[in-house]
Design a protein around this ligand. Structure first.
Ligand code: NI
Length: 168
């Protein structure tokens, strides 16, 4: 396994819609393993392939961070959702920034696992939020897109400042 470099906000791959995975190859398995290693090393709870520069519909999630039962989701889709609530979230591509995002509290999602089996997951609370956040990445969306415009502007300005200082 290898730790991968996490793309930061501003890199184009994060704004590109990811392509579906057509076959679970050895490369896909290795990518998933490397993404998990990268996510754990960064103390994250979720990571999507575009965040490591690969524009494919694949994401990994482990809200417990205990590395016992990570979720590897290939071609995931939200089938249904209910009870929209606000909760604070962050993103490994936007280190140091947080914001309140309104999302479904309960969802049902479907995906393919690494054994090429179709799966369905019912999730609630933090896990439901994480699944929606990661699937957003596959659709080129980032959580700050959902913040009030003034707040997004503040964050973008701060990122510009950090870039100038070589801190981004
Ligand atoms: Ni993210």
């Amino acid at each position: 396994m290898a730790e991968l470099k996490i793309k930061k906000y501003g890199e184009r791959v994060l704004r590109k819609k990811a392509s579906a995975v057509f076959e679970i190859t050895e490369d896909i398995k290795k990518l998933a393993a490397d993404m998990l290693e990268t996510m754990y090393a960064a103390h994250g709870v979720g990571l999507a392939a575009p965040q490591v520069g690969v524009s494919l519909e694949l994401c990994v999630i482990d809200v417990s961070q205990d590395q016992k039962s990570p979720l590897v989701m290939i071609n995931p889709k939200i089938i249904s959702g209910e009870d929209k609530v606000f909760a604070e979230e962050g993103c490994l591509s936007l280190p140091g920034f947080y914001g309140n995002v309104k999302r479904f509290d309960k969802i049902i999602a479907e995906y393919t696992d690494l054994k090429d089996k179709k799966k369905e997951i019912k999730a609630q609370g933090f896990l439901a939020k994480a699944v929606q956040h990661e699937i957003d990445h596959l659709n080129a969306k980032i959580f700050i897109d959902f913040l009030p415009e003034w707040k997004r502007k503040v964050i973008e300005k701060e990122i510009k400042r950090k870039k100038k200082m070589g801190d981004w």
